[in-house]
Design a protein around this ligand. Structure first.
Ligand code: FEO
Length: 400
């Protein structure tokens, strides 16, 4: 299935309806995904990116129905991660001498993956490649998503091929942003940003300002996953600028795991205390052992404050909460307040350990936390309510 995006610009990628996990087990893709490849025909022909390796043969066979592979003049490899470069070996087996355009880091990573001496052409920001009536202008985009990443802008049609940036993990028969359910589209777009791009937010802002500063028209953004943004493409650019700017909604999220329900009871009473002080705030609770960890991270991303709770076990905390804390540290969230809580029976180090992890992850820990001995009874539950109320007072109300 090849789809026209503009005159002589075609989507020639692969929709992966079956994909449920990505990056190993790291990222849940409950709506599947796509690997977007684009073919631009002019006096010269360029192919932008390929697809994930398991679909390499299918991709090349499909491409052959569209074009004699020898008519491809330029192969563009925006990013060496295997979901985009995985079909390059199969493609280049047919056209081994064709030039492969990529960044200097792209040569390193493509060579590291495939150990092939392809005819690499290294490009930098501002380099141009004439296709005939139109040109491709290259834009290096390091860390969006790897140090090798780049994008290109097609003059004439005013299309930005953005690779991972502005993508979403969605499998859909509808390639365009105006044809899909909007709530699902933005749910996947923010999850993608929160879980993949958060650590690179300063670079996102810088790169967008650089591209916007070119003051070129923009008719569409073609990312390498999910839908093409053709209807008001700037809407996703504006979202990225918001998300990159220490994004917050009026939300407080309580994450916990529990052994015998004591820490869960604390979590629920803390939530009531928060709502008592601030009825307008959205409070979400998640038992992290039973939740999709990427949804949990997306909730942390949206929150202005978080509370994390675990009982003490073996002088430590439950492993499910430790995993989330580790993910939170790697994603380098900024401008978020936090506190810890949990039950204990003997030594009781859990709350202190959570607090230390939160501080190390860059969270502003605003209290010493709430420790509760044994099974919380009325007194302890009242203390949890008061703790939630006080936490809400300390973190204050949301400001737009
Ligand atoms: Fe979609 Fe960084 O690969």
């Amino acid at each position: 299935m090849n789809i026209s995006i503009a005159t002589d610009v075609y989507w020639v990628g692969k929709i992966d309806w079956e994909l449920k996990k990505f990056h190993g087990e790291e990222y849940s893709t409950r709506r599947g995904s796509s690997y977007n490849s684009y073919l631009i025909r002019d006096e010269k022909t360029a192919l932008i990116d390929t697809v994930w390796m398991p679909f390499a043969k299918e991709f090349v066979e499909n491409l052959k129905k569209e074009i004699d592979l020898n008519e491809i003049d330029f192969v563009i490899a925006n990013h060496a991660e295997i979901d985009h470069s995985g079909a390059l070996p199969e493609l280049m087996r047919h056209i081994p001498d064709k030039p492969v355009y990529c960044t200097a880091n792209g040569v390193k990573s493509l060579t590291g993956h495939y150990h092939q001496d392809w005819n690499f052409k290294v490009v930098k920001t501002g380099d141009r490649l004439s296709l005939g009536k139109r040109e491709l202008i290259f834009i290096e985009a390091p860390m969006l998503h790897w140090p090798d990443s780049m994008m290109e802008y097609l003059t004439g049609d005013a299309i930005l091929f953005s690779n991972d940036a502005f993508g979403q993990h969605i499998a859909t028969e509808h390639l365009f942003n105006d044809l899909v359910v909007q709530s699902e589209l933005f749910e996947e777009a923010i999850k993608y940003y929160a879980n993949i791009l958060t650590p690179f937010s300063p670079l996102v802002t810088k790169k967008i300002n650089e591209v916007v500063g070119l003051k070129v028209p923009l008719s569409a953004i073609c990312p390498s996953h999910g839908v093409v943004w053709r209807d008001n493409p700037l809407q996703i650019v504006e979202k990225y600028l918001q998300w990159a700017a220490d994004y917050q909604e009026d939300q407080i999220t309580i994450l916990y795991d529990t052994m015998w329900d004591g820490t869960r009871k604390l979590a629920e009473m803390i939530a009531k205390g928060i709502k008592d002080n601030d009825p307008d705030v959205t409070v979400k609770l998640a038992n992290v052992a039973r939740s999709d960890k990427n949804d949990v991270i997306t909730d942390v991303f949206k929150s202005r404050a978080v509370l994390l709770g675990s009982p003490t076990i073996n002088k430590g905390i439950l492993s499910s909460l430790a995993l989330i804390l580790d993910m939170m540290a790697g994603l380098r969230f900024r401008n978020k307040k936090a506190a810890a809580f949990g039950c204990y029976g003997w030594s009781g180090e859990g709350v202190k350990i959570i607090g230390e992890h939160l501080k190390a992850a860059g969270f502003d820990v605003v209290t010493e936390g709430l420790k509760s001995l044994w099974e919380p009874a009325d007194t302890e539950l009242s203390q949890a309510f008061a703790f939630g109320k006080e936490f809400s007072q300390v973190v204050g109300r949301h400001r737009e």
